[in-house]
Design a protein around this ligand. Structure first.
Ligand code: ADP
Length: 484
């Protein structure tokens, strides 16, 4: 199993694939090279031999015409010359007249016979022909004998010579080419190994850099500009590391904020109980004082509870694994219900809550999470309002989205804080928020709840005049990766 995996690793590697490509490019021509060289040598030698014979024949054909050998074969000179050629090449020379009759055969076999062959007919038409029979190792050259003045073909030579020497030379050459081939193969394999290693080296280096960097965010950015690919790879790695770094920092900040926020009510309770104990040491503590301190301790417990509840809500809203119960929901009814629950709280400060909804809206939402998002916005509208102020909620819809607008006549949010208010534990005025029971988590929960519905939230505010939050959510819930 392990061996299979490591084999797969080797065969799947870029190094291995490059090696194969380089070997193919290098070795395939080498395998064809041998035949090319040997055939080229053979063809060249055969054609040189044929042209030499043709030269000699053409010289001889002039002597033949001069001696009138075709009509009267008594010229000893011509006879000798013909036999010399035959001897020189250890071959056979046949002389044919225009009637295709053999008038001389150096082998003395066919004299007086008539010969008809394709090459001969072509020769009489004026074409030079030669034929190489590689199987039987001979070349046959057919040359015309032309009359001096009319250039008419009046006879022909048929010269057949063996090519055994060419074959032997080819065999010798083949041995040398084989040695060259082996040397070349060794060289190509070596160069391919080296080149493929060299080509993948930047990738190995970038991997080593990534491994040595690990998750240590303090290390420098890596850079490998050897190839565009390795440069892009190192840039992507650096960006990912920065994102992780930011995430890690925000996680650490969150943990320290959570600890701090949870500790605050504890500290208050400790102070309250300690002072009761201290007072008891100096005598009887009045019942009213006990009651008062107990009420304070109770409030701190409520506060602790509220922070924990908000934290749990936030955890449930984790964007990577939101546990959503999406249902077809009548948004008008749901918002009316939320407002009904909040009206008594608003009424305590004389704040009027009004809902404007012109069109019925049916949308796919997680009712609990959506309720949490809108309740937080309206609660904030009440909390950060003036006595006898107002909070107006309006609903709208188009083909794809529905919109919720929560507008208040409250204290407003300074421009500089508007970007941060959605951060966990961020409060514009910490003591004021604490006083009115804020945890700094409300808007973080709202934003997260809107995002898990693939929606968007915006804030518009002017200090002293009021604040407007607008929420946009798709009517149809879209799974991750799904498009309209
Ligand atoms: P909190 O629990 O403190 O209300 P939130 O996350 O809900 O926390 O809000 C963050 C801060 O944004 C609040 O502390 C407050 O300063 C400011 N804020 C939120 N909503 C409003 C609003 N409607 N008007 C004015 N200030 C607001």
């Amino acid at each position: 199993m392990n061996q299979g995996r490591s084999l797969k690793k080797v065969f799947g590697s870029m190094h291995f694939r490059l090696l194969i490509v380089l070997l193919l490019i290098g070795l395939v021509p080498v395998f064809f090279m041998k035949n090319g060289i040997l055939n080229g040598f053979e063809d060249q030698t055969v054609s040189m031999r044929a042209s030499m014979i043709r030269d000699q024949c053409s010289r001889l054909s002039a002597d033949i015409m001069d001696a009138g050998y075709l009509a009267d074969f008594s010229s000893d000179v011509v006879d000798k010359e013909l036999r010399q050629i035959a001897e020189l090449y250890s071959g056979r020379v046949i002389l044919v007249n225009s009637q295709f009759e053999i008038i001389l055969d150096t082998y003395l076999l066919d004299e007086g016979k008539t010969i008809i062959a394709r090459e001969l007919i072509e020769c009489f038409k004026g074409e030079d022909t030669d034929y190489y029979n590689a199987e039987n190792d001979f070349i046959e050259v057919v040359c015309p004998i032309k009359e001096d003045t009319t250039k008419a073909v009046v006879g022909a030579f048929i010269v057949s010579i063996p090519t055994t020497d060419i074959i032997v030379a080819r065999r010798n050459l083949s041995r040398n080419v084989l040695i060259l081939e082996v040397l070349l193969i060794i060289l190509i394999i070596g160069v391919s190994f080296y080149a493929s290693r060299l080509l993948v080296r930047p990738f190995r280096k970038v991997t080593a850099m990534m491994n040595s960097g690990g998750t240590d965010f303090l290390t420098d950015d890596i850079s490998m500009p050897d190839y565009t690919e390795t440069e892009l790879l190192s840039e992507a790695y650096n960006q990912m590391r920065h994102r992780l770094q930011a995430q890690e920092e925000s996680r650490q900040m969150f943990v320290s904020n959570v600890s701090h926020e949870l500790k605050t009510p504890m500290t208050s309770m400790k102070v309250l109980s300690d002072s009761l104990i201290q007072q008891a040491e100096f005598g009887e503590v009045p019942n009213e004082l006990y009651r008062e301190f107990m009420v304070d301790i109770g409030q701190e417990i409520d506060r602790e509870n509220k922070i924990i509840t908000d934290l749990l809500d936030l955890v449930k809203m984790d964007r990577n694994s939101p546990d959503l119960q999406i249902e077809e929901t009548n948004i008008n009814d749901l918002i009316a219900l939320i407002l009904k629950r909040l009206r008594p709280i608003a009424a305590k400060r004389g704040i009027e809550i009004a809902l404007e909804s012109y069109k019925p809206i049916i949308a796919q939402v997680d009712q609990t999470k959506f309720t949490l998002a809108i309740s937080n916005l309206v609660e904030n509208g009440i909390k950060y309002n003036k006595e006898n102020g107002w909070v107006h909620i309006s609903l709208n819809v188009d083909n794809t989205y529905f919109f919720v607008k929560v507008q208040d006549s409250g204290i407003g949010i300074p421009e500089a804080d508007q970007e941060q208010i959605f951060e966990r534990f961020y409060r514009v005025d910490k003591s004021h928020s604490r006083e009115i029971g804020g945890t700094g988590l409300g808007l973080a929960i709202t934003k997260q709840a809107v995002l898990v519905h693939h929606g968007a939230i915006r804030v518009y505010s002017r200090e002293g005049e009021g604040t407007t939050f607008t929420v946009r959510i798709p009517l149809r819930y879209l799974e991750q990766g799904q498009t309209e």
